[in-house]
Design a binder for this molecule. Structure first.
Ligand SMILES: Nc1ncnc2c1ncn2[C@@H]1O[C@H](COP(=O)(O)OP(=O)(O)OP(=O)(O)O)[C@@H](O)[C@H]1O
Length: 341
């Protein structure tokens, strides 16, 4: 059996891989290191009381293949033998999974770690470049994903391996920069008195910006959901929605530029998460790159760093599949989050 580079033995095939978010869970089976993943229909987490029930009824009962191991990416910190999920009622108990579902080996990783694994493996068909120079293939990369929250991770190339670096980068401070920012800022809702990136760069953040613009303009806020705001912006039917998406793109560019500097991400900065793909036409506009490059004294360096929108519909699963097939290429720590029969 192969050894992964942290000295652990690679997980045995067939491997069940899963990306479990607050609303949706996506699963696929890998029969061996070469066969394409067998994907299952997306599961709504709210429709099953427990994850074991969802796995039994939606995966195991629907396939003749019994997986020997599982790699699951979860939204939330992984600590101890019972891992509650953020934004949904499921609790992941790997020991019970091994006892009840016929698995021998379970590895849990953070959802943005899976996104970081994905950006090591995406082909040109799974991403759209939106500015900057050529990528440096051996250099570090970073990924930001505005969705229900703002996930951030780095991907560092060291010791002949790609090492995902998950963190809480979505919660860094963000401050006003332009005259317009100074007008809007007093109306933005802070968290415990401070403005963090996540307060503006997620679904809730879109509404925060939109309400602040409406308050600044003394206009009634008529749109009631992030999708309504981005829809009205893309169809150019509402001036406040248009400005919301313009400022969202600027702020996403600024934070992406900060993360690029922290990781020296000359391999590129990637935008994932549910929102990036949905506002892709807006991200192609000038605001995102202008915010990204406005980083004196390092503007020159930032202008060279390419940025990409991840267009792969199941990027996290693609990342987990790449790791499952070639664990030696990645430095994924397993201490405290791997359970074996
Ligand atoms: N068209 C849209 N424009 C802007 N925001 C949207 C749009 N559609 C959904 N959203 C917002 O995106 C967020 C959900 O993001 P995303 O799809 O990335 O979910 P997630 O956090 O990855 O969870 P899960 O994995 O369970 O789907 C919600 O806040 C939702 O309101």
């Amino acid at each position: 059996m192969a050894k992964s580079n942290d000295g652990e033995i690679a997980l045995p095939f067939p491997i069940l891989i899963g990306d479990i978010g607050g609303t949706n869970a996506r699963f696929a089976l890998l029969l061996d290191a070469f066969a394409p993943p067998k994907e299952f229909p997306i599961i709504q987490t709210a429709q099953f009381k427990t994850i074991d029930d969802a796995l039994q009824r939606s995966i195991l009962d629907k396939s003749s293949v019994q997986p020997r191991s599982a790699i699951l990416a979860l939204a939330g910190p992984i600590q101890g033998d019972e891992v509650p999920l953020t934004n949904c009622d499921w609790v992941v108990r790997p020991r019970d999974m091994i006892a009840n579902l016929g698995l021998e080996d379970v590895l849990l990783v953070n959802d943005f770690e899976a996104q970081a694994l994905a950006i090591a493996a995406l082909s040109d068909g799974d991403r759209e470049k939106i500015g900057g120079g050529e990528e440096n293939f051996a250099a570090s990369r970073a990924v930001l994903g505005p969705g229900t929250g703002l996930g951030v991770a780095g991907l560092v190339h060291a010791m002949h391996a790609w090492i995902p670096v998950p963190g809480e980068g979505g919660h860094i401070d963000i401050g006003p920069r332009s005259e317009r920012d100074y007008q809007i800022w007093p109306f933005l809702e802070p968290i415990e008195g401070r403005m963090s990136a996540e307060q503006v760069l997620c679904g809730r953040g879109i509404m925060n910006i939109y309400h602040a613009i409406c308050a600044t303009e003394r206009r009634e806020a008529t749109l009631d959901a992030p999708a309504a705001v981005t829809g009205a912006a893309l169809s150019k039917s509402d001036p406040d929605a248009i400005e919301t998406v313009s400022l969202f793109s600027t702020y996403l560019g600024r934070v992406a530029g900060d993360i690029a500097m922290i990781f020296m991400a000359k391999g590129g900065v990637y935008l994932s998460g549910g929102i990036s793909q949905k506002i892709l036409p807006a991200l192609r506009g000038p605001e995102f790159r202008a915010g990204f490059e406005d980083k004196a004294p390092h503007g020159e360096m930032l202008r060279e760093i390419p940025t990409f929108v991840v267009t792969h519909p199941m990027a996290a699963l693609a990342g987990l599949a790449a790791f499952a097939r070639m664990p030696d290429r990645f430095g994924v720590a397993s201490e405290g989050r791997r359970w074996r029969k």
